[in-house]
Design a protein around this ligand. Structure first.
Ligand code: NAP
Length: 209
């Protein structure tokens, strides 16, 4: 999906990284907020096919997550979805994704947007030194969440990389994928927590039952 040639110069590209199991309005509000606040030309949603830290956990098939993400972003011309991590063999390391997007949009500044909980573990990510030089990280936080206080034990180390990490409070992130999956399993409504086409997709495929 990212092979389309573009004829205009992009200067700031956002990558929205996540498992998106399923994608919901919290993710969409976070991406749009980051696009606006950081004046991004576009935001590319990249569902993580095989998240390196979730090898023991059951997650939905990447094709389902890619499909739901496509449905969710369809109405926003500044949003795109990419199958970069789904097509790539092996674990979905963010460094490989950032490198691929940087090559495609050479000269553009790259912003990687994801959840604050994930960013707090960034020091354990593959090739973190190189990664932090290649992209600015935007940590989307839930209401009342303070990245600094949660940095906890590795506060000292975290402070060294703090300059490359911006935080953005997103009240809509009170919605969570975990809660949506639980609601489906328990037969409770998920309406208004995610875009209707995604809700219909979940119902028709029987996901999370
Ligand atoms: P996660 O552990 O499932 O999520 C952590 C928290 O962040 C959850 O509360 C989650 O809420 C939220 N979140 C996740 N993605 C978000 C987004 N784009 N915007 C706002 N909130 C978000 O984390 P994950 O989704 O698996 O991983 C996040 C990203 O980090 C992925 O792109 C993954 O590939 C990358 N990562 C890379 C490495 C590595 O390169 N070694 C290691 C770990 C993670 P919801 O459950 O509601 O989404």
């Amino acid at each position: 999906m990212l092979t389309v040639r573009h004829d205009r110069k992009y200067s700031k590209i956002g990558i929205m990284g996540g498992t998106f199991d399923p994608i919901h309005y919290g993710h969409l509000v976070a991406a749009e907020g980051a696009r606006h606040h950081f004046s991004l030309d576009k935001v590319i949603f990249v569902p993580a096919a095989r998240p390196p830290h979730k090898t023991q956990r059951v997650i939905s098939d990447p094709e389902h997550r890619l499909q739901m993400t496509s449905l969710a972003i369809a109405s926003n011309s500044r949003f795109e979805v990419s199958d970069l991590e789904v097509e790539r063999a092996g674990l979905s390391y963010t460094i490989d994704t950032v490198r691929a997007v940087s090559e495609l949009y050479s000269g553009a500044k790259i912003y990687f947007i994801t959840g604050a909980d994930a960013v707090l573990e960034i020091l354990t990510w593959h090739k973190v030194g190189e990664l932090l030089k290649m992209a600015v990280f935007i940590a989307a936080t839930r209401p009342g969440y303070r990245l600094e206080s949660l940095a906890g034990n590795f506060r000292g180390v975290f402070d060294k990389v703090r300059g490359n990490i911006a935080t953005m409070e997103v009240p809509a992130l009170a919605i969570s994928s975990t809660d949506i999956r639980r609601r489906v399993r328990e037969g409770r409504p998920i309406k208004y927590l995610l875009p209707e086409p995604v809700e219909k997709y979940i119902i028709s495929t029987g996901l999370y039952r």
